[in-house]
Structure formats: structure tokens, C-alpha cells
Design a protein around this ligand. Structure first.
Ligand SMILES: Nc1nc2c(c(=O)[nH]1)N[C@H]1C(S)=C(S)[C@@H](COP(=O)(O)OP(=O)(O)OC[C@H]3O[C@@H](n4cnc5c(=O)[nH]c(N)nc54)[C@H](O)[C@@H]3O)O[C@H]1N2
Ligand SMILES: Nc1nc2c(c(=O)[nH]1)N[C@H]1C(S)=C(S)[C@@H](COP(=O)(O)OP(=O)(O)OC[C@H]3O[C@@H](n4cnc5c(=O)[nH]c(N)nc54)[C@H](O)[C@@H]3O)O[C@H]1N2
Ligand SMILES: [Mo]
Length: 761
């Protein structure tokens, strides 16, 4: 449904709309009453931890400690639908490429291990013994550097640790992860400037903070439980300032679906006190503007003999690079800041006033900052802004990257990393008696490039839907099947399964909400949330089929068939008792995981600590570093006539490539995802009409044509020159070379595109 009204949103976030959203999924997935009961155990001690996002689970939880999207994710996983081998009697693989992502996953849970049969172009059931034997036989003779072990942030800490160990025992650090497309900018950029690759904020900080500054993170859709502490913060008088090109409903207002009075009266909390619609890629300039206003206020305070606005004592003791940064601020004129950010000096000064009035401030960010060609500078600029007033490493203040997958951060903590500097090589040597590979492995960008060049022979995927999530999707799909082996450890059918390698397996695994029984009985897994707290998670539901294995058991099966036996490597024992794997994790990372098994069910999780939180800066200068941005725009390309900045968006009815449905109710879009959001002025200027069906073409000349047709032009409250459309549909448009300079994170929030109007509709 398309209207020509740009104020699309359907009232506040949360409220009755979110209950209706859960109800739609309930109806479509037909779960048993017991499944619905399972939801009440979600995110609570000795319950199971949500399979959706990584938002922390508080010690003092609500009766229903889940949100619309967490409930949808659980119901989607515990669906009564099954994709059994019988499906392949009537379906071939190639025609399924025309199916929508929604329809593929909607088939239900995978029930049997499957092997691709080229003769019939379909998958056939196969025994687990045969699976492992064949994978082992193919992997053994391959050069380990030609094999890639991808992991999406779904799997728990125990599986992730063993998966990384499998890759290293095999001989490679090729361990790219979904965070390479997501918060790698944080892992690299934040580490550089504060010495920690993760955020410093913990739950108590949310409760003590006076002002939240949101940059490119959308809590209403992507971390809805965040709206509760925000609502509490507003009630006690805290301020919220948002920088986002789109007016996102969850950052405008919220009705708490767990508050009966609010629900009955429709009482909504206004979330943002100030909402600034920055240009896509305009945040470096916007934050520089805030810093400039602060410096001017500080100058005035000094002249008047008043207390300084800048926390100079903190800066002198704890930071380096301040003088150079000050010079940059002083010499950058307001007109340039306005030009690059798309915001007025007046508005930026208003934001700065709120920042200066707050004793304690938190900087929150997400993909709007990380998925940019200069994403690391975005992150560094946010750190600059916080450092000006000593807003890192004290109660109520800090930096808060909001992570994506439920265990994406934790997987990195326990060894899923391609960079050797992140690996405790000596510990691994001592524990397992082998020589770990010492060469850096490939991240996603490098792996994609190597695949195009024919240098990758086998890809193992622990979860995820890499072929749909990755840039340059069309080129990936062309190159992928040439591999000797593709192995997909998955819960549901997805597009990545439809491009089988010469030998190809789909291996069905348990979901986190399911009971995982091994030799010593039912097992617990664990995850790390966005605030570096570790939680045990106990599955409650019956597995979808007796032929499904746990991720650990699948990893161990592959390992035993592929690697020579080693006395200190005991796959069978470890998979029989996951507590033993936790012991290994503790021995490898003793500081982070002290008393791991004993502390597993700590309410709210146990904190593994963060030096930057204590103002210990593990950087090159042993201080927090002020960074001088060498450019003011983060998008990495020039503006020119006819070129737009394309933002790729998530709807509230999807979890990454999992499309629950076609209702993006916060943006007023129903029944379709084939939408191009555009400012009405741009529509007029280009001579288009609302409802036109248009084609996007990537405006990069590298010999590859990238296009996406069939998008319906929809007016929206978005800055001139910035347009938006949905991810993952847009991934055919993203060149793999368009990424953050430092971390190589694909720049999915600002892709240079042109618009074409096809002659026929
Ligand atoms: N329901 C649901 N929840 C999810 C997910 C999901 O797909 N669905 N995905 C999970 C994952 S893996 C992740 S990483 C997180 C992602 O969660 P977020 O970090 O919130 O990611 P996005 O929704 O992609 O983008 C966030 C916002 O960035 C804004 N933006 C775009 N360009 C710019 C810019 O240049 N500057 C600024 N300031 N803002 C900009 C967009 O308008 C959008 O509102 O969510 C997790 N949770
Ligand atoms: N254009 C554009 N591209 C993007 C982004 C963007 O904003 N714009 N965002 C990027 C981001 S932030 C991310 S994180 C990536 C996401 O990329 P991925 O992590 O690769 O993708 P998902 O959609 O999360 O993967 C969904 C699949 O995971 C499997 N699965 C689900 N649960 C489990 C489980 O418990 N175990 C196992 N083994 N498998 C499971 C199911 O088969 C399901 O089909 O995409 C990136 N790509
Ligand atoms: Mo992500």
C-alpha cells in the first residue's frame, strides 16, 4: 500500500501495534500452548536467552521480558511447520531462486541432513555418518587457506569456541563473522581509540544517565526492550537527542505494552527531545559542530571566569591528541559543518546545549555510523564528543554500540576472529598441544574477493544466510557453486542453500529454545550480550525432529572426520558435557571467564569487565585518543547531479534476512517491501510521480553493472539527496569494494546510486 502522505507512522512504537505484531506471527506459525508458555522463560535466569538481538537481560526483569521482535523470533523458530525431505520430491533447487526469502523460511524447520543431488537438482536425505565422512574426505587434502569457516552471531559461546578451534587445528584463521558486515567498525575503530573493542556502558549507566545521544540506531525496530529504560529515563527527566536521516517512530514516541494503564489510556512517552535529520554520512560534521559549540562555550566560560565546560582535568590525565583536535575544531567553519551534515548551526547548537547541560551522557550508535565508508571516523568522532566532557568510564556515561545478533559479541570474545593479534596463541598451544596458524585469515570482504578469484575451495557456514547478507550478491551467487564443498549448518531453508557447491550439505541444527540432550543429560549454552554480560541459556522445547543435532555435535562430527587424533583434543567428551567446554574457555580467557560454570546463572548475567569502563586505556598511547577527522563526510564519494545516497533499511517485520512478513508499520508500509523512499522535493525535482516503478543502478564504474528493478516510489520524511530501500533486497547493489576504510565493514548505509525509470512497467 502506498500513499502520498509522508507522515506514515502509525502512532507510537510499542503499544497495541506490537501486540498485534506478535499475534500475527502466532497465527501464522501455529505454535502449541506450551510454546507460548516458553515465552515466559525468555531472558530470565535459568530460562533461555532470546535468539533475536543482543540487548542485555536485566537482573530485575519484567514479567514478560521480551519484545515484539523477540517473541516473533522465538515463535518463528518454534513453528509447527517442517521442511522435510518430502519437499524435495516435488521441488527442484533452481526454481526456488525465484521464491521470496519469506516463503523459503516459512517452509519451517529443517528436519534431516541433506546432500545436494545434481542429477535431480534437489536435496536428498543422507545419514550423519555419511555427511561427516564425505566432508572429512574433501577437506583433508585441501589447502587450509582455501577453506573458510563463516559464522553468523546465532551460535552460543561453547559452539563458537569449538568452531574456532576446529578451524585452527585444521590450519587456518579464515574465520569471518557476520560482525564483519556490522560492528567490525566498532571492533577495530573503538579498540583503536579507547583500547576496547566493545561498548563501556552497563545497565546501571542507563539508570543514571542524564542525556542519551542516538546516532544511527533504531531501538523501536531493532532492540525494542531498550525502549523501557529510555521511558524510565524520560520519566526522571533525562533528555534524548537523535541523529537519523529518517524519522524513526521508535525514537519519536513509545507506549509500553507491559503497562496496563498506558495501554488502556494510550499514554505515550515522547522519546526524542530533539530529532535531527542528518544527511546520510553527515555525522562526522554534525558531531564536529557539537564539539565546536562546546569549545565556544568553554572559551566564553573561561573569559567570564566561570567553571570550564570542557573536562580539562580528565583530558589532561586520560587523553592524547587533544590539541590537534582543538585546532581542527577551531579552523572548521560553521558553513562547512552545515553543508556536510545537512543540519543548521542553530539546531546543532541546541543539541550541544543539551549535551553541556547533562552531567552524564551516553552516546548510542548502530549501523548508521558503522556501515559507512568512513565508519571508523564516525565512531572516533563520537568518542571525541564524549571525551570532551569526561563521559567515558564513570557512572551514567559511556559509549554504547548496540550489537546485532544475540551472541555476535561473545563469539568474538571466544576466538571467532581472523586476526592473529586477537588470538591467545600460547594458551591454545599449551592447552591442545598444537601449533596454531600464525597468518591472519580472511574477513568477509577478503573472502568474497578470494571467491571471485577462484581461491576459495570450501565454505562452511555456522548459521546465517551469507549469500543474501553479503555485498555484491549477484557476483557471489555466480562464484559460489564453483567450490568443491559448501556446508550450511542451519535451522531453516534460505537463499544461501540454493547455490550448492560441487558437493553440498544442509545440516539441520537445534535452536536455542530447544532441549539439547547429550551423553551427560540436558545441556546449557551461554551467550554474551551487548553490555559484556554472560548468561546461561537452557532450552525448553522438544527438538523439531530426532535427526537434528546440536551445533556442537555437528562441529565435533566434522572435526573428528577431518583432523588427525590428538591426545589433548577430546571432541566426544566435550560434546557430552558442555561444562567441559566452558572450562576450556575459562582456561583460555581466565580474566573474562573466571568461575564460569559457577557464575552461569547470575541474574542479569556476569560481567566479564572492560578496562575502558575503569578508565584503563589499552591503546597505543595508553590514553583515550582524540582523533582528527581528515574528512567531514563519512560516505566516501562525491555528490554529483543524479547521484543519490542509498540507505539500506530493516523493517520491524524482519530479522536480517529472515522476513517474518510485509508489515513495516512504523513506516506505514503494508504488503510489500519493494519500496523506494524519497523526499517529495527530490521526487518533483526529478520529474517522477508517487507510485512510479523505478530501477536503481549503482553509480560506480568498475566494469560490473548492478541494478535492482521494481521499486515503488514512496514519499518519505528523509533529507534531500538521501533515499532508502530495504535490506537484503538491495544487496545486489553493493560493491564489495565499498566499505569502511579501516575495518572493511560494507558501507550499506550510503551506496552511490542513480535512478532509472524503465519505459514499461
Ligand atoms: N527486528 C529486528 N531486530 C534486529 C535486526 C533486524 O533485522 N530486525 N538485526 C539485528 C542486527 S544483526 C543488527 S546489527 C542490529 C541493527 O540495528 P541498527 O543499528 O538500528 O541498524 P539499522 O536498522 O540497519 O540502521 C539504524 C538506523 O541508521 C539510520 N541511518 C542510516 N544512515 C545514517 C547516517 O548516515 N547517519 C545516522 N545518524 N543514521 C543513519 C537508519 O535510518 C536507521 O534508522 O539490529 C539487530 N536487531
Ligand atoms: N545491505 C545491507 N546488508 C547487510 C546489512 C544491512 O544493514 N544492509 N546488515 C548486515 C548485518 S548487521 C548482519 S549481522 C548480516 C547478517 O547476516 P547473517 O547473520 O548471515 O544472516 P541472518 O539473516 O541473521 O541468518 C539467518 C539464517 O540463520 C539460520 N539460523 C537461525 N537461527 C540459527 C541458529 O540458532 N543456529 C544456526 N546454525 N543457524 C541459525 C537460519 O537458517 C536463517 O535462515 O547482514 C549484513 N548485511
Ligand atoms: Mo548485525
Amino acid at each position: 500500500m502506498v500513499t502520498d502522505d509522508t507522515s506514515h507512522s502509525e502512532g507510537p512504537a510499542g503499544g497495541w501495534g506490537s501486540l498485534a505484531g506478535i499475534a500475527t506471527t502466532l497465527l501464522s506459525e501455529r505454535p502449541s500452548p506450551a510454546v507460548i508458555d516458553t515465552l515466559t522463560h525468555q531472558n530470565k535466569p535459568r530460562g533461555f536467552m532470546c535468539v533475536s538481538c543482543a540487548w542485555p537481560k536485566p537482573a530485575n526483569y519484567h514479567p514478560f521480558e521480551f519484545c515484539e521482535n523477540g517473541a516473533k523470533a522465538t515463535l518463528w523458530e518454534l513453528t509447527s511447520a517442517r521442511c522435510t525431505p518430502g519437499f524435495w520430491d516435488t521441488h527442484k533447487v533452481t526454481p526456488l531462486r525465484d521464491w521470496k526469502d519469506h516463503d523459503l523460511e516459512k517452509l519451517g524447520r529443517l528436519t534431516h541432513p541433506l546432500r545436494y543431488d545434481a542429477a535431480s537438482d534437489s536435496y536428498r536425505p543422507v545419514s550423519w555418518e555419511a555427511v561427516f565422512a564425505e566432508i572429512g574426505a574433501i577437506l583433508k587434502p585441501l589447502d587450509p587457506d582455501s577453506v573458510v569457516f563463516y559464522s553468523s552471531g546465532h551460535a552460543g559461546l561453547e559452539a563458537a569456541y569449538l568452531y574456532a578451534l576446529l578451524a585452527r587445528l585444521y590450519g587456518t584463521n579464515n574465520l569471518p563473522q557476520s560482525s564483519n558486515m556490522c560492528h567490525e567498525t566498532t571492533s577495530v575503530g573503538l579498540k583503536k581509540v579507547i583500547g576496547s573493542p566493545v561498548g563501556t556502558v552497563v545497565w546501571e549507566d542507563l539508570e543514571a544517565c542524564d542525556a542519551f545521544f542516538f546516532f544511527g540506531q533504531n531501538p523501536g525496530t531493532n532492540s525494542p526492550r531498550f525502549l523501557h529504560p529510555l521511558q524510565d529515563a524520560k520519566t526522571r527527566g533525562a533528555k534524548i537527542v537523535t541523529f537519523n536521516p529518517l524519522r524513526e517512530q521508535g525514537l519519536v514516541s513509545f507506549v509500553n505494552p507491559q503497562d496496563a494503564v498506558a495501554m488502556a489510556t494510550g499514554h505515550e512517552t515522547v522519546i526524542s527531545d530533539l530529532y535531527l535529520q542528518v544527511k546520510s554520512g553527515g555525522d562526522i560534521a554534525a558531531m564536529l559542530g557539537l564539539c565546536k559549540a562546546i569549545v565556544e562555550a568553554d572559551d566564553a566560560a573561561q573569559k567570564a571566569g566561570k567553571a570550564r565546560v570542557i573536562d580539562i582535568a580528565f583530558i589532561e590525565q586520560h587523553t592524547s591528541g587533544f590539541d590537534d583536535f582543538m585546532a581542527k575544531i577551531r579552523y572548521t567553519p560553521w558553513v562547512q559543518i552545515e553543508q556536510e551534515s545537512g543540519l543548521s548551526e542553530t539546531d546543532l547548537r541546541r543539541a550541544a546545549d543539551i549535551y553541556m547541560a547533562a552531567e552524564k551522557a551516553i552516546g548510542v550508535y548502530g549501523m548508521g555510523l558503522t556501515q559507512q565508508a568512513e565508519g571508523h571516523l564516525n565512531v572516533a568522532m563520537l568518542v571525541n564528543l564524549l571525551l570532551m566532557r569526561g563521559n567515558i568510564g564513570r557512572l551514567g556515561a559511556g559509549i554504547c554500540p548496540v550489537r546485532g545478533h544475540s551472541n555476535v559479541q561473545g563469539q568474538r570474545t571466544v576466538g571467532i576472529a581472523e586476526k592473529i593479534e586477537l588470538i591467545p596463541v600460547d594458551k591454545l598451544k599449551a592447552l591442545f598441544g598444537f601449533e596454531p596458524p600464525l597468518k591472519d585469515g580472511m574477513n568477509i570482504t577478503a573472502a568474497a574477493q578470494a571467491l571471485f578469484d577462484g581461491r576459495v575451495k570450501a565454505f562452511i557456514c555456522l548459521g546465517g544466510n551469507l549469500l543474501r547478507a553479503v555485498p555484491d550478491q549477484t557476483r557471489m551467487e555466480a562464484a559460489w557453486p564453483a567450490q568443491d564443498l559448501t556446508v550450511m549448518i542451519s535451522t531453516k531453508l534460505n537463499r544461501s542453500h540454493l547455490y550448492p557447491g560441487k558437493t553440498a550439505f544442509i545440516l539441520p541444527c537445534l535452536g536455542r529454545a530447544e532441549i539439547d540432550t547429550q551423553a551427560t543429560g540436558p545441556q546449557t549454552v551461554s551467550i554474551e550480550d551487548s553490555f559484556s554480560h554472560i548468561h546461561g541459556s537452557i532450552g525448553k522445547r522438544k527438538p523439531p525432529s530426532e535427526h537434528v543435532k546440536s551445533e556442537l555435535a555437528i562441529i565435533a562430527g566434522i572435526a573428528r572426520a577431518t583432523l588427525p587424533g590428538q591426545p589433548k583434543v577430546e571432541w566426544e567428551r566435550w560434546t557430552g558435557d558442555y561444562a567441559l567446554v566452558r572450562d576450556l574457555i575459562e582456561q583460555t580467557y581466565p580474566e573474562d571467564f573466571r568461575d564460569y560454570n559457577a557464575r552461569l546463572y547470575t541474574p542479569g548475567g556476569f560481567y566479564r569487565g572492560n578496562p575502558a569502563h575503569e578508565r584503563i586505556w589499552k591503546t597505543e598511547t595508553n590514553k583515550a585518543i582524540f582523533t582528527v577527522p581528515d574528512v567531514l563526510s563519512a560516505n566516501g564519494f562525491e555528490d554529483r547531479p543524479g547521484r543519490y545516497r542509498l540507505v539500506t533499511l530493516r523493517s520491524n517485520d524482519q530479522f536480517n534476512t529472515t522476513i517474518y512478513g510485509y508489515s513495516d508499520r512504523f513506516r506505514g508500509i503494508e504488503g510489500t517491501r519493494d519500496i523506494l523512499f524519497m523526499n517529495p522535493q527530490d521526487i518533483d525535482a526529478a520529474g517522477y510521480s508517487v507510485g512510479d516503478v523505478l530501477r536503481l543502478v549503482t553509480d560506480v564504474e568498475d566494469g560490473h553493472r548492478r541494478e535492482l528493478s521494481g521499486l515503488v516510489l514512496t514519499p518519505y520524511d528523509i533529507p534531500v539527496g538521501t533515499i532508502a530501500a530495504y535490506y537484503p533486497e538491495c544487496n545486489v547493489l553493493m560493491p564489495v569494494t565499498h566499505h569502511d576504510r579501516l575495518s572493511k565493514t560494507p558501507a550499506s548505509k550510503s551506496i552511490p546510486v542513480r535512478i532509472e525509470k524503465p519505459l514499461t512497467r
